[in-house]
Design a protein around this ligand. Structure first.
Ligand SMILES: Nc1ncnc2c1ncn2[C@@H]1O[C@H](COP(=O)(O)OP(=O)(O)OP(=O)(O)O)[C@@H](O)[C@H]1O
Ligand SMILES: [Mg+2]
Length: 446
């Protein structure tokens, strides 16, 4: 489905440059989606409802499933930007052999640390927003205290009491209290130690204790409890909730060790259960992955029976019927029509929104698509990364060489089919079962 959205007016040069440079280097832009987005109207509206639920203090979980190159990462970034508009704090990370949901060698803590680095708000969209969120917690408490005629310390203690009830919440509250003390006494070191602790950057308990007087720190086992605490904390700081996007779920599917995979899927199940049953407040998860990651009954999420039954899709949604309300959200590949609209948008963005500066006429768009179809067939719109990149490259040459003719240049556009690195053979199954689900061995085998 293609949204015939009206063409946006002028673009800010900063947005234009960011979009163009991301696409040229083959990565998904982080902002300005409205200028290039095609399709996805129904999916966006489904996610929008989930965001409302989170903002109302509820929870949500979605698995965004699409083929290689279908636009999962683009969609997750788009969802993040919508969530940020609605005053949610958002964060994202790619899973990898070194970043997992469950581990015993530090990989879960390192996923947490990555999520904390990427934490963003509307006013700090590029990440690293944690210090400003903590600062906001403190300044809003000072404000509230001034309005109520009490001391900030009383307001802060009242708010932190709510955190102390949660698992791991006591130390979390102590750390925030330490930040407040640093703020109050001008102790920058204390403030930065508190933020380091919240980011999961302390390596040993001894260091954490010396710096902040707490006994615990974020580690592999407490990773998810801490995310839940962060979700509660951002609400106390005045945001509406936390949205966590985890992309490249295929990395769990690729874990060679059965025990390690199972423990990771157990963690996914815990998250799914919490979010579907409403055990968490103001917290949502969005996972991105390929169909085999979901459906492969030997290694995918479906290999874990409890997940399969929760994520099974609606049997009635077949033959063109759709259901966007379940936890699994399927992203169809883009169509040739979508691609045409996308090329129009790219031309528009390149010209910074000024039709008088378009570098190619309409007929060039169709000719470009035909050229790509001749070279790589359907892949030009199904896995559009290279097509987009080459089109922007073509515009760049035309831009810098005013005498050049697009017809001549078109013949020189060489475009390759993208290969999906995830289709490389997986390492053999290591079938010694591992009762503890420990996975040091696995990390060596990936
Ligand atoms: N709805 C859309 N509108 C405009 N451009 C899109 C859309 N979806 C995807 N794209 C563009 O298509 C390309 C591929 O998208 P993306 O990288 O999100 O795919 P993916 O499914 O995450 O791929 P992978 O399987 O490699 O992770 C990117 O250049 C992205 O900017
Ligand atoms: Mg991706």
């Amino acid at each position: 489905m293609t949204t015939p959205a009206p063409k946006p007016a002028r673009l800010r040069p900063r947005d234009r440059d960011a979009i163009i440079s991301s696409l040229r280097s083959g990565v998904v832009p982080r902002a300005g989606f409205q200028h290039i987005q095609v399709g996805r109207a129904a999916e966006v509206s489904a996610m929008s409802q989930e965001i409302t639920r989170i903002a109302d203090g509820g929870s949500a979980v979605r698995f965004v499933i699409g083929e290689y190159g279908a636009g999962k990462t683009f969609f997750l970034n788009l969802v993040r930007s919508i969530a940020a508009e609605r005053k949610l704090v958002t964060t994202s990370a790619d899973l990898s052999p070194d970043r997992r949901l469950h581990a015993s060698g530090g990989q879960a803590r390192s996923l947490y640390a990555e999520l904390m680095r990427n934490i963003a708000t509307r006013s700090t969209p590029d990440g690293n927003a944690l210090p400003s969120i903590v600062e906001r917690f403190v300044t809003s408490a000072i404000q509230e205290a001034a309005n109520a005629g009490t001391s900030p310390a009383t307001v802060i203690a009242g708010r932190l009491e709510q955190l102390s009830e949660s698992v791991g919440g006591y130390d979390f509250a102590q750390v925030i209290a330490a930040y407040w003390k640093g703020h109050d006494t001008g102790n920058e070191q204390l403030k930065s130690d508190a933020v380091r602790w919240l980011r999961g950057e302390f390596a040993t308990r001894t260091d954490a204790r010396a710096a902040l007087g707490v006994r615990t720190m974020v580690d592999d086992t407490s990773f998810y409890d801490h995310l839940k605490l962060i979700a509660r904390f951002v609400r106390l700081a005045g945001f509406s909730g936390l949205l966590v996007c985890l992309d490249e779920m295929v990395n769990l599917y690729k874990l060679a060790h059965t025990g390690a995979r199972k423990s990771n899927y157990e963690q996914v199940l815990r998250i799914v259960n919490d979010c579907l049953q409403g055990n968490v407040e103001g917290l949502g998860f969005c996972f991105g992955g390929t169909p085999e990651m979901l459906m492969d009954t030997r290694r995918g999420l479906y290999s874990y029976e409890a997940l399969r039954s929760r994520l099974a899709e609606n049997n009635f949604a077949v033959g063109g019927l759709v259901d966007y309300s379940g936890p699994v959200l399927r992203l169809a590949n883009l169509t040739p029509e979508d691609m045409h609209v996308l090329l129009e948008r790219l031309r528009h963005v390149y010209a910074a929104g000024d039709p008088a500066s378009y570098l190619v006429p309409d007929e060039a768009l169709a000719a470009f698509m035909q050229h790509c179809a001749g070279r790589i067939g359907d892949a030009y719109f199904r896995t559009p990364r290279n097509t987009i990149k080459e089109f922007v490259n073509l515009l760049a040459v035309l831009d810098q060489n005013p005498g050049a003719d697009w017809r001549q240049l078109l013949g020189n556009v060489s475009i390759d089919t993208e290969t999906n690195p995830d289709l490389e053979p997986l390492p053999d199954e290591l079938d010694v079962s591992d009762p503890n689900g420990t996975d040091e061995l696995t990390s060596l085998r990936i």
